[in-house]
Design a protein around this ligand. Structure first.
Ligand code: BGC
Length: 743
């Protein structure tokens, strides 16, 4: 999809905003009078119903679509009042209804640089999941919400929660890992934090948009029970956690129907089974019909009105679409606006709190960087004993890489690897944030000689490593929307670089900057490995604090790291046929008309991530839920009490000599009759413990997490039988076990 045109569009907006004099007026200021629905003691539904009654047909239609985006749809002259984000829906001043200003904001507000503003880049979403800390998730969402408001937006397009079924998916960094319960709970917390700032939340891409290759054409097939117990469960849990304003339907087809006109997904499951009260908006260019999409439950088209404009109006006038159906779409949008407070408390543009943003970004990076290997207590480094450090790796002198696509946050001053003023972010270009590992390490080890080598020539890098007490290699793998990874190997000969450096210095520590798992053919040769993900605005300081022990690592993997791609359910990503690629290139009209479908079948079904490796008995490099600390923990006293929601209690003890936080994980196995993979995560708690301290932990396990989805009965079912509960510090280290019978 030709999204390269977006920067141009934003310039256009910036210019027209200057000319037109942009107004962020509040609802009542726009209407000039108090309306009956201004009464905030009424329910959001009551208020929305009143507004819908007062709206004309044209006003209703105007609420069903955006005002266009160059390259993706026609453009409306009304777009001049957009704030420069990906989506804009003009308000209705007569009724005191404000515009909806939407911005992508996966790990920070997108395009702020384009719009002459600044945003904090948090560590990538997947890193948020690696913290396993729902309070951190709330803080993540709250920061984004504050910065959206400060920049004049009242809706996010973040909230990616597609499961990592295919770890080569180029958007893995935007999602929350491979487990539906972890991902669902986390997205719920992020959205709670965000919506508390009076910003409309959104979760996406609904559903099964698990690969980028051919995303506008692919037709996914998956068994219904498996879908409900995996990818859809993540959405279900997220929506249970909080009243999320919007769900974005995805580009792909499911069982022949595009997601944005798929009645099963949008009406049967989302609106009926889950009782979702918010609105469904299409992914950008993901709409494909008028009547079919409307009846299936798509409430709003973005970015333009290829279907939900004049054609929709005609369909209403001719009776093809009942007015009640139109009204329901509009009601849902208005209800969400009242419920999240964007009408009562519209955003006021203000200066983004840069320093506060840095603090949150650094803290979250410290909580989400996973220590994967630490032989002989290599880390933390003791500054008093180290005289020389070799810092090695592409651009480790100036920055750390970030995830690309519509999630891309603009670094202040532009791409750190470009000359000042030349570093504007571009679609499908690698963007490095100005957070320098070299400087951060020098600042910590001021008494040591800290030398840098880019690794361009592995032999020179190895020579530097040989001369130093410790070598720290910063390796990266870049991901972006719009593409999948060819493989999980580090690109640009970095495997060779690490192997040569490790051969030259046994004290080699590798810091990985990636959006998901990478393979590590050199893992046995190095003494330490840290997974820093895309670490955000203050990544280097966070990594340095971990390396030098000012912070004790406490994160765990939300995704399995496999030994090799041959172990994945699909050895290769299925690529679209030439006909679909050619048709996609023809542009938005052709895409809207529907591209030639190609099949991708998820035969692995519910066996996503660790469930696959467990069931297939495949050893892995680092398991789901795994992560080390500078202290050690032990587990004891497991007791499982049956009940509607079984209660699992146990004790965690910090057996080492420094304070830390342990993610204590609870897994369950279902009765054999369920035919489920060997175990599933059913709960966890992140427990802070001082050296030597013990704490009792109690976790109530939601009965749904122990259930199977019964397709015939169209509901969750707890099978009678024996349930095994396993507790410990990773999916493969579960020292406590107890079985109970449930009826
Ligand atoms: C992406 C969405 C994004 C939208 C608006 C689409 O291409 O798939 O995630 O929110 O563009 O930028």
């Amino acid at each position: 999809m030709p999204l390269q045109v977006r920067p141009l569009l934003n310039r256009f907006f910036a210019l027209t905003l200057l000319i037109s004099g942009f107004c962020l007026c509040t609802a009542s200021a726009q209407s000039g009078k108090t309306q009956p629905w201004s009464n905030s003691s009424l329910s959001p539904d009551e208020r929305a119903s009143m507004v819908v009654k007062a709206m004309t047909l044209d006003e209703k239609i105007s609420f069903l679509h955006g005002t266009g985006m160059m390259g993706l749809s026609p453009m409306s002259p009304l777009a001049v009042n957009s704030n420069g984000g990906a989506g804009y829906v003009p308000g209705i001043p007569r009724l005191g209804v404000p515009a909806i200003q939407m911005s992508d904001a996966a790990y920070g507000v997108r395009n702020s640089g384009e719009n002459g503003r600044y945003s904090t880049a948090l560590p990538a979403d997947v890193a948020g999941a690696a913290s396993w800390d729902l309070d951190a998730g709330y803080e993540y969402g709250a920061l984004i919400g504050r910065e959206l408001r400060a920049q004049g937006y009242n809706m996010t397009l973040g909230g990616g929660v597609n499961l990592t079924r295919e770890p080569r998916n180029g958007r893995t960094f935007e999602y929350l890992g491979e487990d539906p319960i972890l991902a669902g709970k986390m997205v719920g917390s992020v959205m709670k934090g965000l919506q508390a700032q009076h910003v409309l939340g959104d979760i996406k891409h609904y559903a099964l948009n698990d690969q980028e290759s051919g995303r506008n054409a692919v037709n996914i097939t998956i068994d219904k029970r498996a879908a409900r117990e995996s990818d859809l469960l993540a959405f279900e849990i997220g929506l249970q956690e909080t009243d999320i304003a919007a769900v974005m339907c995805s580009y792909n087809r499911l069982d022949g129907d595009y997601a944005c006109e798929n009645k099963y997904l949008l009406t049967d499951v989302l609106k009926n089974a889950w009782n979702f009260k918010g609105f469904v908006l299409s992914d950008w260019g993901g709409a494909h019909s008028v009547e079919k999409a409307s009846a299936a439950g798509m409430d709003h088209e973005q970015p333009g009105w290829i279907f939900y404009g004049d054609d929709y109006k005609k369909a209403v006038e001719s009776g093809k679409i009942p007015t009640t159906e139109l009204d329901d779409h509009v009601h849902r949008i208005l209800r969400a606006m009242f419920a999240t407070g964007v009408i009562d408390d519209p955003p006021q543009k203000s200066v983004v709190d840069v320093v506060g943003g840095f603090e949150v970004a650094q803290k979250l990076a410290e909580q989400s960087t996973v220590l994967l290997k630490n032989d002989h207590g290599q880390l933390p480094l003791d500054v008093a004993k180290i005289h020389s450090i070799a810092v090695i790796g592409p651009h480790a002198d100036v920055g750390m890489i970030s995830g690309g696509g519509s999630a891309q946050v603009d670094p202040p001053g532009g791409n750190a690897i470009m000359p000042p003023g030349k570093g504007q972010t571009r679609w499908l270009e690698k963007i490095w944030f100005p957070t320098s590992p070299l400087k951060a390490i020098r600042a910590k080890a001021s008494g040591a000689s800290v030398q840098f080598d880019s690794g361009a020539d592995p032999a020179t890098a190895a020579a530097l490593a040989k001369s130093a007490d410790v070598a720290i290699v910063f390796a990266y793998q870049w991901e972006s929307e719009g593409m999948d990874l060819e493989s999980l190997s580090l690109p640009e000969h970095q495997d060779e670089l690490i192997a040569k450096v490790a051969a030259a210095n046994p004290h080699t520590v590798v810091v990985i900057e990636s959006g998901g798992p990478v393979t590590m053919p050199w893992v046995d040769q190095v003494s330490g490995v840290l997974e820093a993900w895309y670490a955000g605005s203050r990544g280097a300081d966070a990594v340095a604090n971990l390396i030098f022990g000012e912070v004790n690592p406490s994160a765990k993997l939300p995704i399995t790291f496999p030994r090799s791609e041959a172990d994945l359910p699909h050895p290769k990503v299925v690529m679209p046929p030439k006909a679909a690629i050619d048709a996609d290139r023809e542009g938005w009209k052709r895409i809207a008309a529907g591209l030639p479908a190609f099949p991708v079948t998820y035969n692995e079904g519910v066996k996503v991530g660790y469930k696959w490796y467990d069931a297939e008995n495949k050893p892995v490099l680092f398991p789901f839920g795994y992560g080390l600390s500078y202290t050690t923990y032990s587990y004891s006293n497991l007791k499982v009490t049956p009940g509607k929601n079984p209660r699992v209690t146990f004790t965690v003890t910090n057996t080492g000599n420094r304070a830390g936080a342990e993610v204590a994980e609870v897994y369950a196995s279902l009765p054999a009759a369920a035919s489920e993979p060997p175990k599933r995560l059913v709960g966890w708690s992140k427990v802070k413990l001082n050296a030597g301290e013990s704490k009792d932990v109690a976790i109530e396990v939601d009965a749904k997490y122990l259930s199977i989805f019964n397709v015939e009965k169209n509901g969750w079912q707890l099978l009678p039988g024996d349930y095994g509960f396993m507790v410990g510090g990773s999916s493969q280290s579960l020292p406590l076990k107890e079985s109970i019978g449930l009826k």
